[in-house]
Each structure stands twice: as C-alpha cells, then as structure tokens.
Design a protein around this ligand. Sequence first.
Ligand SMILES: C[S@@+](CC[C@H](N)C(=O)[O-])C[C@H]1O[C@@H](n2cnc3c(N)ncnc32)[C@H](O)[C@@H]1O
Length: 342
Amino acid sequence: MPTNSSGKPPNVLCQSDFSDITLPALNPVPGMISASEQRFLFHMTRDFCADRGAVVEVGTWLGKSTTALAAGLAARNARQKLHCYDRYCWKAFHSEIADLDLRPGDDFQPAFERFLAPYRDRMRVTKTDLSEIVWKGGPIELLVLDAPKKASTLRNTLEIFGPALIPGITKIVFQDYLYFPSYELAACLARLPSLDRTTVVLDGMSVAFDVVAPVANIDSDDGLWRPESWTAHEIHIAWRQILEPLEPSARVLLAAGLPWHLYDAGHVAEAVKLMHDTAWVPSQHEQFARLAKSRIYTDYRPLFQAVGLTSAWDHELRARWRAGRRWLSQLFTSRSRSQRAA
Ligand SMILES: C[S@@+](CC[C@H](N)C(=O)[O-])C[C@H]1O[C@@H](n2cnc3c(N)ncnc32)[C@H](O)[C@@H]1O
C-alpha cells in the first residue's frame, strides 16, 4: 500500500458542508464558527458518538460550538457528559464580535453558562488554562479543540489527553485547522502517525482526525514539534500532502500556510518569492489585506510587502522618516548659510 511522508497510508477524505444535517432550534449564541461547523458538531454528537467515552471541548468562548455539541447529545438523549474547558478571560477583540457588558480581563464563564442553561445538566465546566488541565474522566470519544493553535500548545494538549484517546474510536476536531496563520496545526498533524485526517468541513475552518494508533511517545520525533526547524524540502513534502487532497475552496484558505511556514523556518527569500509569484485569488488578497491591519503584519512584513501590502504603521514610519530628513536638510542648509555669511 502506498504511504505518505509520515508513513501513513492515504485515507478517504470526506469534504462536506453538512447541509443535509438539519439543526434543531438553537439558542442564538455569538461565536466564531460557521453554520456548517455547527451542523457538523451537532451531527458528531448525535450520530457519531455512542456513549463510548466523554465528549471534551477545549476553547468554548461563549458557547456557539458547545450549543451544537450539547444539542446533539440531547437529541440522542445521551448518557455521556460534555466537559468544557476555557480560561474564560475576556479579551478586547471579543467585544468586536459580541456586544456584552464585559471588559478586558473579565470572567465570562457566567455569560457562557447563561447561554448554555438549557443543557446545564449535561455539562461539566472548568475555568482553567489549557496547560493546567488534568484529565481524569476516562476514555474520550470526541475531542473538540479550539484553543491550541501552535505546535507547542498542540503538543501540550495531546500530552494531557493522549492516554484517553482510543484508537479506532476517538475523533478529534481541530477548529482553525484551515486558518493559515494557524498553519502549525496542519504541519505538525501531517507528521503525526497516530492521527488520520478524515473530514474537512467546507464553508468553515474545521478538520477532523481519527485516532488510528495510541497517541503516546509523541515526544519521540522532537523535530515534529519544532516546525521552524524543518528544512525547505521537509516543508514542501508536508505541504504537498496537506494541500493536494483538499477541495479548492478549502485549499484556498490554507494555501498561504506554506510561505508562512517557509518564512518562520528561515527560508525567507523562498517564502517572499512564493508570495510574489503565486496567483492568489481575490478572497486570499482580501484576507491578506485584513491581516495587514493586525499585529500579524509586523511579524511577516516582507510577505505582506511581496503582495503589495503595507500597513498604516509603515506609512506612519515612512512619513516620520521623510519629516526627519527634511528637518536635517533644513538644519544643514541654514548652518552653511550662516557659515557663508560669517
Ligand atoms: C476561537 S475561541 C473559541 C470559539 C468558540 N469555539 C465558538 O464556537 O465561538 C478560542 C477560545 O479558546 C480559549 N483559549 C485560548 N487559549 C487558551 C488556553 N491556553 N487555555 C484555555 N483557554 C484558551 C479562549 O479563551 C477562547 O474562548
């Protein structure tokens, strides 16, 4: 059987927007996931889960994803509990998405619990940082992750929950897998032999994996967890395997992960050339333009500049530099005039 770079046999990938799944009437909750992702999560707890372990979610925010998971459990009258973890600490940008009376630093667990009130008896909620989680709840049937976005936090998450993940049973959903600034998820998972990518949620950012072997000894391949140390060759092999099987609409979302990865691994000229030479589609340009207004811009300035994007900050710097040059030349001219007069 042919294998890919991690030695895994290629699998059949389901790519769907799950429009055949009808959601029941759900409490409207502000959130960061799409309608197709809500349908997928509901489908997972109603139709895939079968009380073979716990359902665990890390990164609930106000509970848009949690509501879908809980509704699926309720629809099946499941016995299994939904364990929710989040640090429930309000950030300034959260107010751009949800108009609640909360300020940066506030505890938003009470707001989360109000939104989830109809399902309260099905849930166990823990306010904690991901790194502090101690899992003692036995086997996990479904693990939904929307907090780890980097190699280090992904590794930490798998160390915490690894022993409870059951090969042949557990599924793991990675929200933001297709969001290219979180490319470290896709890169590391491509090299992890115990997980197999099986579902891509179209019109969303989520991708699900099956656990196919014990998630143990994840430390044995140390390079795996340091994607910034990969050679350009290793990066290209991984990204071919990541991108090629994806439907075009999903590939468009994740494709810039390759130049981002090359850049972080120090292959700067290649990353810049790739950004410059690629025929990005309008939706990708729009995403780059949005990101150029955020803090990400300063970390990846040459990549943004390669697609013709400068930020307000660059304009400000350039204006200050020009003003400084004008001031110096005026100073110089007035000095030489006064020297000549003397
Ligand atoms: C993208 S939001 C989740 C969105 C949510 N799933 C929805 O449906 O709208 C990410 C959440 O992860 C939480 N989070 C991020 N890093 C965390 C960490 N290290 N420990 C605990 N929670 C974390 C944040 O507080 C936030 O609520």
